[in-house]
Design a binder for this molecule. Sequence first.
Ligand code: ATP
Ligand code: MG
Length: 416
Amino acid sequence: MKYQSLRGMKGILPEETPLWQIIEKTCDKNFQRFNYHEIRTPVLEMSDLFTRAVGGNTDIVSKEMYSFVDRGNRKVTLRPEATAAVVRACLQHNLISKDKLTKLFYFGPMFRYERPQAGRYRQFHQVGIETFGSASPAVDAETILLAVKIFRDLGLSDLEVDINSVGCNKCRPNFTQNLKHYLKGSIVKMCEDCHKRYQHNTMRVLDCKKPKCQHIIEEAPSTVDFLCDECRVDFESLLYILKNLGINFKVNKRLVRGLDYYTKTTYEIVSNVLGAQNAVCGGGRYDKLVSDLGGPEVPAVGFAIGLERLVEILKTTKALSSKPQAITLYFAPLGDKAKISAIEYLHKARQAGISADMDYFGKKLKAQLKNADRLGALYALILGDDELSRNTVILRDMISSSQTELSFEEALKKIK
Ligand code: ATP
Ligand code: MG
């Protein structure tokens, strides 16, 4: 094959798109019920935006960005995530303030230059939400409930919700200091990445999945043990609200998430059918991001669902089947004259709201009916010279195989 898609960019083929459409519809329905409004940002943004928002020492910014210099000598990046871009759009167009709630959702492709493997691609898709304007843990709870509701509506009820609080600017430094102190003696035994994290972003050490770092991390101090009063009260309220809402969750003291902007609540929804890449949704609060990007102090919370991983889960559960869309009516013209009439009839049928198609190849009747069957058609309209001269068509019920000769208008009525 001369041309192949780029490594890690798999595309979504028609056999899979029906599942994607079901997911999108399920999300749309719930977004509407929860009063979220759609925003669509460009896929390309200034590189600085992500470096500033996501953080220069994160995996995303230090290793994974698709960045290049455009013809106007601007440093630009294909968005690796949407939150920074949504905040940028909100500030540019004055969509948020601290005394009103702004609730936005998005769908779209994201780009990260990662090593491609199961559940990890270089172009992947996320659906996500961002809620601006409230610091109330009730809003954190609403976002988690919304994610859980989407999964439940898709027939998935056994996903695990992991929750943690990573504190705020007031209590995080104290925690970091303690963690640094704890790691001081053992950091030499940890991996390369942890060395870097230790220097620049110590909390992220807790996120390391390497076996040789694991047992050191196990004994490390946890953010929740260092929360200031405000963070602790908010965290407890959140857990209380979630319990009352009947959401099954687990406090996971090691959950720190890979982006710098999180404050207080972080959460992840994981599935046990996914293997190593088991997180299907990641979210949390980011109360400082809006002001970090030059806006007012507006607290915010949101999540992003990884759609490729969600599709993988849905395929294993068989809760939904990915059947291609079927048509209602198939035209089987026999001969060139019949073909011309069939084109007109086909157009009329579609105008009447019937999904329809026809044979353009001049195939034998048997082959045409086989094709009608393959397309899932409920009816076939057979058009031969005899029928043309009598101004009639033959309507074949594809399920019972019974046939009747009638006028085209009568056939349409019957089908409808
Ligand atoms: P991971 O730990 O799996 O790398 P992450 O913390 O980088 O995840 P987020 O930035 O929080 O992920 O993105 C939210 C969700 O997007 C993830 O939970 C996952 O489902 C999905 N996701 C992230 N990166 C990829 C990727 N390269 N390919 C496919 N899906 C991805
Ligand atoms: Mg990642």
